[in-house]
Design a protein around this ligand. Structure first.
Ligand SMILES: C[S@@+](CC[C@H](N)C(=O)[O-])C[C@H]1O[C@@H](n2cnc3c(N)ncnc32)[C@H](O)[C@@H]1O
Length: 293
């Protein structure tokens, strides 16, 4: 059995869905499900040896098998179980690190204790609500908030730009927050009729172009959400204007791509201090920029 932290020992990929890059690329890569940040190669003789070695590093691991499924499944069955069941929201992510591993063959395993995604194999699914929300867009909002490890609650004010038909507004109002929903198209009436924990209206609708709305129209907010269908540079200019206007809040914004992804604007968002650009499991041809205050 041999264990090496040296990546030079790793054979060239791809290994199934996994790509191996020897050095960090100069341009950041946003379109990935999970990055294994410190890959190692483990050569082992028996299943129990592989298990012992992984467990000695840390408790939680999730496999990404693409070959040798029977052996991989046996190894996984002897590890502490990591649930992959759909989650109910809100769900507070555990702090403990979650590693990933795969088999190259019966005696070689590549793993990483440290990964960019906190979800097993970079993937999360939620128990969906098929009746409440008017669109499935709330799922990417839930995923963003799980990654934030916090979410709006009673007493907090949220701006929801590009709110119609009302999926994000529905999810925010359900958390007990007040929502200022801005869109040129009206959200569904039942969304506008939602009430807060105090029985008062939870949603105020402003029919306006979100990007030309004066911030004094909505006042101080704790969270800024934006799912407006627009070119990413337009979103970036708007965010800059909000910063200039002194808005201090948590931001969750979708960067919607048309055709070839706008890598330059994604990079500019990623360079905003404290921010990160993610490709969520529930994102389509889009990225999500998150910046917590
Ligand atoms: C993908 S939908 C938003 C879905 C919404 N987040 C939900 O959960 O139901 C995009 C919305 O952006 C709105 N939109 C596009 N340009 C806008 C603008 N300049 N200002 C406000 N809303 C805009 C569209 O009317 C549309 O309702």
């Amino acid at each position: 059995m041999g264990f090496t932290g040296s990546t030079s020992a790793l054979p060239p990929g791809p290994w199934g869905p996994l790509y191996y890059v020897n050095n960090a690329p100069e341009t950041p890569v946003f379109w990935h499900q999970n990055v294994w940040l410190r890959p190692f190669l483990l050569e082992f003789d028996s299943i129990s040896e592989a298990v012992r070695h992984l467990r000695a590093i840390q408790r939680n691991w999730a496999p990404v098998l693409h070959t040798n499924f029977r052996r991989g499944t046996l190894i996984d069955s002897l590890m502490p179980s990591v649930s992959r069941r759909p989650r109910t929201f809100p769900w507070l992510l555990p702090d403990s690190p979650l590693g990933a591993w795969t088999l190259l063959d019966d005696h070689r395993l590549v793993g990483s204790a440290c990964c960019s995604s906190p979800f097993p194999a970079g993937s999360i699914r939620f128990e969906e609500d098929k009746e409440g929300p008017p669109s499935r867009a709330y799922l990417k909002l839930w995923e963003s908030l799980v990654r934030c490890r916090r979410w709006p609650g009673p007493g907090q004010r949220c701006l929801d730009a590009g709110a119609s038909p009302g999926g994000w507004t529905w999810a925010l109002a359900r958390l007990g927050a007040r929502v200022i929903a801005v869109d040129r198209a009206e959200p569904e009436p039942r969304i506008l009729a939602m009430t807060g924990p105090d029985g008062l209206p939870a949603v105020r609708y402003i029919k306006h172009d979100a990007f030309t709305l004066d911030p004094t129209e909505f006042g101080p907010v704790d969270w800024v959400f934006c799912d407006v269908a627009c070119y990413p540079p337009r979103l970036y200019e708007w965010v800059e204007r909000l910063f200039t206007a002194g808005i201090r809040a948590n931001f969750v914004c979708t960067l919607k791509m048309q055709g070839t992804p706008d890598q330059d604007t994604a990079r500019r968002f990623a360079e905003i201090p404290g921010g990160q650009v993610l490709h969520l499991c529930y994102n389509k041809h889009e990225l999500t920029w998150i910046k917590l205050d």
